[in-house]
Design a protein around this ligand. Structure first.
Ligand SMILES: Cc1ncc(COP(=O)(O)O)c(C=O)c1O
Length: 343
C-alpha cells in the first residue's frame, strides 16, 4: 500500500487515538438536552474552571460556539467589531447577520497584530443616528494570521478600553491552548479578560468533535437556550465530551511538539521568501506572491509528492502541524516541499 500522505492541511484532520477512543467507549452518558449527561457536565465544569468563569456549554462546533457567544453579547441590529480576517466573519457563512441579525464592522488584519487604539477609534457612540457598537471579538491564536499570538498586554489594553466604553469582549479561542503553551500565559489569565470565550477540542487537542462557550452562569443559561434554537442540543453527548476530557488531560502539554515541528517547516521554507508571518505556534502561513508557484500549483505539486497543504487563495497556502504528524512526517514534508520552490 502506498504511504498515507502527510496531511498538513489543518489540525482538524486528526483521528482519535486508541486511548481516546477507549475513554469515549467507557463514558457514562445521559440525555444532555435534559441536563443529565454526567460526562458533559464534568467537561463543562472543568473548562469553566480552567478559564476562571462560572459556567460553560458544550457545542457541536467552534462556529456554533462563536455564534452563540456573539448572540449573547450583541442584540439584533447592533454591532460587533473584529478584524477582517477573523474566523467569525470569514468562515462562518454570514451567521452573525443571518442568525443573529448582527451588524459587523472590521479593522484591517495584519497577522495577529492588534492595535487597541485603532479598535477604540472605531467604536460608535449610542444615539439615534448610528449602529451602536456592543462588542469586540479577538482571535487567539489567529488562524488566518498564521497562528500568531496576541500578547497578553495587548488583550489587557483592549479589555480596559472596552470596559470604559461599556463594550463586551469575546475571544475566539479555538486555539487558545496554543497561545497558553507558546507564551506561558495561564488559561484563566486569558479567560478573565473576556465576557465570553469559545474554545475548540477538535483542533490541536485532537478530539473528533466539540467546542465550548465559557461565560457567566447567567449567560450560559441563555446560551443553552440559543444552542437548542440553533439545533445544537445533543443527547448522549458524553461520548464526545469524554474525548474532550481525555484531550485536556493528555494533549495540551504536547502542543509544544507541534510548535517545534511547525518551526522546522518554517525554517526550511523561510529562505524562499514565502513565509507570510513568523511561525509562533502550529500554523505556517505562506505568501506566494514572490514565488514561481501560485497556490493551486503548490497544492498540486505537493500532493503529487505525498504532502497535503491547504490552498487558501491564489497566492496563499497553509501548513499546520498536529497530533497525526510526527517527526518522520515532517522529515518527509521537508524532503518534498523546499525542492518545489527551488525548481
Ligand atoms: C479560529 C477558529 N475559530 C473557529 C473555528 C470553527 O470551528 P468549527 O470548524 O468547529 O466550526 C475554526 C475552525 O477551524 C477556527 O480556526
Amino acid at each position: 500500500m502506498a504511504d498515507r500522505p502527510i496531511d498538513l492541511r489543518s489540525d482538524t484532520v486528526t483521528r482519535p487515538t486508541a486511548a481516546m477512543r477507549a475513554a469515549m467507549a467507557e463514558a457514562e452518558v445521559g440525555d444532555d438536552v435534559y441536563g443529565e449527561d454526567p460526562t458533559v457536565i464534568a467537561l463543562e465544569r472543568r473548562v469553566a474552571t480552567l478559564f476562571g468563569h462560572e459556567a460553560a456549554l458544550f457545542t457541536p462546533s467552534g462556529s456554533m460556539a462563536n455564534q452563540i457567544a456573539v448572540q449573547l453579547l450583541v442584540p439584533p441590529a447592533e454591532e460587533l467589531l473584529c478584524d477582517a480576517d477573523a474566523h467569525v466573519v470569514t468562515y462562518e457563512i454570514g451567521a452573525a447577520a443571518a442568525i443573529g441579525g448582527i451588524s459587523t464592522r472590521t479593522w484591517p488584519a495584519v497577522g495577529a497584530d492588534l492595535d487597541p487604539d485603532v479598535v477604540a477609534g472605531m467604536v460608535r457612540p449610542d444615539g439615534f443616528f448610528a449602529v451602536p457598537t456592543r462588542a469586540i471579538a479577538v482571535e487567539q491564536t489567529h488562524n488566518r494570521g498564521g497562528g500568531g499570538v496576541i500578547p497578553l498586554s495587548t488583550l489587557e489594553a483592549v479589555r480596559a478600553f472596552a470596559s470604559t466604553a461599556g463594550l463586551s469582549v469575546h475571544c475566539d479561542g479555538a486555539r487558545i491552548w496554543h497561545a497558553h503553551v507558546a507564551d506561558g500565559v495561564p488559561l484563566d489569565a486569558y479567560g478573565r479578560l473576556f465576557d465570553t470565550v469559545s474554545v475548540c477540542l477538535s483542533k490541536g487537542l485532537g478530539a473528533p468533535v466539540g467546542s465550548l462557550v465559557v461565560s457567566s452562569a447567567e449567560r450560559i443559561a441563555r446560551a443553552r437556550w440559543i444552542r437548542k434554537r440553533m439545533g445544537g442540543g445533543m443527547r448522549q453527548a458524553g461520548i464526545l465530551a469524554a474525548a474532550g476530557l481525555y484531550a485536556l488531560d493528555h494533549h495540551i502539554g504536547r502542543l509544544s511538539e507541534d510548535h517545534g515541528r511547525a518551526a522546522r517547516l518554517g525554517e526550511a521554507l523561510a529562505p524562499y521568501g514565502v513565509l507570510a508571518y513568523p511561525v509562533r505556534t502550529n500554523i505556517v502561513a505562506l505568501d506566494l506572491r514572490k514565488s514561481t508557484l501560485d497556490g493551486p500549483a503548490l497544492g498540486a505539486a505537493a500532493r503529487e509528492r505525498g504532502v497535503l497543504v491547504s490552498v487558501l487563495g491564489p497566492h496563499t497556502a497553509r501548513l499546520v502541524s498536529h497530533l497525526d504528524v510526527d517527526d518522520d512526517g515532517v522529515d518527509r514534508a521537508l524532503a518534498a516541499l523546499p525542492a518545489l520552490f527551488r525548481a
